[in-house]
Design a protein around this ligand. Structure first.
Ligand code: PSU
Ligand code: MN
Length: 315
């Protein structure tokens, strides 16, 4: 196959030429995080939500060994429906490229590629982090170490509630990743509104997040990612009691079946979606769409008006 190349979807090329805001989206959530056939419908809804909020979506993934920034609809359909789509973190990219793989990119791989492509805002559901048994398994998502060296804003509903949230926040501090709540000093808990911990910073508007992006660019040295926790309204969360019960069952099944490594997160998410009669799926979709909307508004606030760049927008 050969070398590592990035191809841009036509819509992304046009957006960049015209100085329009772009939001990066990951594909692992589609191929490994949501059940078929809903995953394809949701992938399209995420893109539409970004458009409805004034930005251009760039869903990122790998097709036949080539990284694509701005997958076209048939490519998204392929990653959503095909068997054998690899889950690609940063360490997998070169191997997958050289072997011509089809793959979906995680938060880590998507952020790294997006930042390299000059995209500053990224929306996902919940970040990866420190798993609950990490003191014996050492299972900590590559999302954390990658965000430490990747200047991007990740709009998420905190870290996935299947994780050890407190340990993940400690690691984010160690790694120098900025963390703020959107309209709150509480770190959100993904399926549930409140993740159980405070954060040091609260940002209240897309314009304020855009100011942080500008300040970070001026700061230059030592700048990694900003994790922006956007909580679900309390009346939209998964019932916390149902959540805790489902998670306890899932963790037991995990141990029983000996699931480890990169299979853990998809396994637990599938367990939730399979055993809550679609309730967790509905909540997961709402989380992603809310984050996509906010990310688009931030990208729009952070992007200089095309006129300032000397571009004329087509009518
Ligand atoms: N958020 C979701 N659903 C997902 C994920 C995030 O709402 O499926 C994915 C992301 O791609 C994230 C990955 O990077 O789960 C983390 O996997 P791991 O714990 O193996 O690093
Ligand atoms: Mn892991």
């Amino acid at each position: 196959m050969g070398r590592f190349t990035i191809r841009y979807g036509d819509h992304v090329t046009r957006a960049r030429r015209d100085g329009r805001p772009v939001v990066a989206l990951e594909s692992t959530i589609v191929s490994h995080g949501l059940p078929r056939p809903d995953n394809l419908r949701v992938a399209r809804e995420i893109e539409q939500t970004v458009r409805d909020n004034g930005a251009v979506p760039a869903t990122i993934g790998m097709i036949g060994g080539q990284v694509v920034v701005g997958l076209e609809d048939p490519q998204i359909e392929h990653l959503a429906g095909a068997d054998g789509v690899a889950k690609l973190s940063v360490r997998d990219l070169a191997v997958a490229a050289a072997t011509g793989a089809d793959g979906a990119t995680t938060v880590a791989a998507t952020s790294a590629i997006a930042a390299a492509a000059g995209i500053g805002v990224f929306a996902t559901g919940g970040l990866g982090g420190v798993h609950r048994e990490a003191n014996t398994t050492f299972d900590e998502s590559n999302d954390l170490t990658t965000l430490a060296r990747t200047p991007i804003v990740v709009v998420c509903a905190g870290v996935k509630s299947i994780l050890d949230v407190g340990a993940t926040l400690e690691r984010l501090e160690t790694l120098g990743v900025s963390v703020a709540g959107y309209g709150t000093y509480r770190f959100p808990g993904f399926f549930v509104t409140d993740g159980g911990f405070d954060v040091d910073w609260k940002l209240d508007s897309p314009a304020q997040v855009a100011d942080v992006i500008a300040a970070r660019a001026d700061q230059g040295v030592g700048a990694g990612a900003l994790v922006l926790g956007n909580p679900l309204p309390a009346d939209e969360q998964l019932d916390p009691e149902l959540h805790d019960r489902t998670l306890a069952e899932g963790l037991e099944l995990l141990a029983r079946d000996g699931i480890t490594g990169k299979a853990v997160t998809p396994f637990l998410l599938a367990h939730f979606h399979g055993s809550t009669q679609g309730k967790s799926l509905e909540v997961n979709v709402r989380i992603i769409l809310r984050n996509a909307a906010l990310a688009a508004q931030i990208a729009a606030a952070a992007t200089p008006a095309p006129a300032a760049l000397g571009f004329a927008l087509p009518a």
